[in-house]
Design a protein around this ligand. Structure first.
Ligand SMILES: Nc1ncnc2c1ncn2[C@@H]1O[C@H](COP(=O)(O)OP(=O)(O)O)[C@@H](O)[C@H]1O
Ligand SMILES: [Mg+2]
Ligand SMILES: [Zn+2]
Length: 511
């Protein structure tokens, strides 16, 4: 008599989870084991793992005709997260466990040959999809249990072995529910203690510009000779950003979980990401993509900082591909393996030397570069990309022997207090709109929320005409001015706010 079992499972495409039904049919006939709905290589491996895991856990592997179907068939599936559901489906179809024990629970876990249940990537996304599909129970590898338990309204059971899973489903072993995780276990872990702006001597202008950038979520370009402290400054930006909210932490965790980059023993990402890919990175590595779409660095930097050091050295097409995500806050990549949308709302922080030799551009006197070489170097940054970087700042080398530079250095915590206050003003202003920081304002918000004094308006138009700024650059200057006014607690954008915002645009890269 043929027996059919249906076991709920789940998979991830991009960072979106979706439910998958694992149907297992065991019938009389020559012994065989077929899996439909997976790519070839993955099928072979899944069959081997499931067969060995069942045998090594003391279960009989049925010498009958076994057909496994992963529905829906249209969606391309990858990964090993179906192993547990397939093994349990075989046991249910042969009557080892009751079918009713497996039909209300979503299973996600890889099996090792000896019957251990291993963690898989994307469990948070699968858990979210399970809850949306109306499930209230989920069984995963112990190491993924904390991650699944981030989802409200889902009872999560973590297991170490297939034997434990079967014991729990048959009622012979009681596994307790994983406690729900709601909030950060230790808020002090939200910042890297050893990176503090108090370490930076002098650099008052750069510190001010980075505070403005952090307050409004603006992009920054730092130009200066090697050793000026550009990298040092950039690495400290997360320390002055507001702590991640719980919802932001979940967004970031989904990306890291789907990419398989959640550190072992971690169920939620609690610090703002800081990513600094090397300039040799490929465009898919930066933007996202691949045969089966995976998030790129811009998505791993979601809600945090993407630091592109030596930005002119990056491949031109990789930089050009940044333009759309910089506007939209997300990226869509499509490949044979499917199409996926990844979040990519990050602060771009770029650094570069003033010229190829690094010694300082035409005016420094010690630069050995020819004007053509300098021109070529700078031309690698296209106008449209530069337009999207709100603040351009010069970082000069600090004289370490100058005692003046050591005075009154503020800590990151002090700067962060002002940034948080400015962000709270923005949140109150934007209310229910899909905009969280000034940098994200669209034309309608610009019109509604950037009321200028008459002097400010006159100054803005004059400056744009003088600097030959594009309409996009003009809008960005206004957003930066809005942030400067917010830091000052001013509802009206005044002329001093405009003039500071313009100063971050005023220097020419060509000279
Ligand atoms: N303003 C500064 N205060 C303290 N240390 C500095 C400062 N500027 C540079 N340094 C020191 O010089 C090192 C090199 O700086 P770095 O950030 O790598 O420069 P860049 O990225 O501009 O080449 C830093 O690690 C730091 O030790
Ligand atoms: Mg550097
Ligand atoms: Zn030079």
């Amino acid at each position: 008599m043929p027996l059919l079992a249906k076991v709920p499972g789940g998979a991830v495409l991009g960072i979106d989870g979706y439910p998958v039904c694992v149907e297992v049919d065991v019938s009389a006939g020559l012994p065989s084991f077929e899996v439909v709905g997976l790519p070839d290589a993955a099928i072979r491996e899944a069959r081997e793992r499931v067969r060995a895991a069942l045998r090594n856990s003391g279960f009989e592997f049925p010498l009958r005709r076994i057909t496994v179907n992963l529905a829906p068939a249209m969606i391309r599936k990858e990964g090993a997260c179906f192993d547990l559901a397939i093994a349990l489906g075989i046991l249910a179809a042969t009557g080892e466990i009751s079918s009713s024990a497996v039909e209300d629970c979503v299973f996600a876990g890889e099996l090792s040959l000896d019957g251990q249940v291993r963690g898989t990537s994307g469990v948070l996304s699968i858990a979210l999809a399970a809850r949306s599909a109306g499930f209230t129970m989920m069984m995963v590898a112990s190491e993924n249990a904390g991650e699944a338990a981030l989802v409200d309204g889902l009872d999560v059971y973590g297991v170490n072995t297939l034997v434990e899973a079967v014991g729990h489903l048959c009622g012979s072993l009681r596994i307790s529910k994983t406690p729900a995780t709601r909030g950060f276990a230790d808020a002090s872990l939200q910042f890297e203690e050893d990176l503090d702006f108090a370490d930076v001597l002098g650099q008052d202008q750069a510190r001010r510009a980075l505070e403005v950038a952090a307050a409004g979520g603006h992009n920054v370009l730092m130009v200066g000779p090697p050793g000026a402290g550009k990298t040092m400054l950039a690495r400290r930006i997360p320390s002055v950003l507001p702590p991640l909210t719980w919802d932001e932490a979940l967004e970031v965790t989904r990306v890291y979980s789907a990419a398989g980059l959640l550190p072992a023993g971690t169920s939620v990402v609690s610090t703002r990401p800081f990513r600094s890919p090397h300039h040799t990175i490929s465009a898919p590595g930066l933007i996202g993509g691949g045969r089966v779409p995976r998030p790129g660095e811009i998505s791993l930097a979601h809600r945090g900082v993407l630091f592109l050091d030596e930005i002119p050295e990056f491949a031109g097409h990789a930089l050009e591909a940044l333009r759309q995500p910089l506007e939209d806050g997300f990226v869509t990549v499509s490949r044979a393996g499917g199409m996926a949308t990844f979040p990519a709302r990050f602060m771009l922080v770029a650094a570069m030397n003033p010229c190829p030799c690094g010694r300082g551009g035409a005016r420094s006197g010690v630069c050995t570069c020819t004007p053509t070489a300098v021109q070529k170097y700078l031309a690698r940054l296209s106008g449209p990309l530069l337009d999207r970087i709100d603040l351009h700042i010069h970082v000069r080398k600090v004289d370490m022997n100058d005692l003046e530079q050591a005075r009154g250095r503020e800590t990151s915590a002090e700067i962060r207090e002002r940034v948080v206050r400015a962000r709270q003003t923005q949140q109150a202003r934007f209310g229910g709109l899909p905009v969280r920081a000034n940098a994200e304002m669209r034309p309608s918000e610009l019109r509604a929320f950037c009321r200028m004094s008459r002097e400010a308006r006159t100054l803005l138009y004059a400056a744009c005409a003088r600097l030959g700024l594009s309409a996009r650059a003009h809008a960005r200057v206004l957003k930066v001015a809005r942030t400067i006014a917010d830091l000052e607690g001013s509802d009206l954008v005044q002329d001093q706010h405009i003039s500071e915002a313009v100063s971050y645009r005023a220097f020419s890269l060509r000279g």
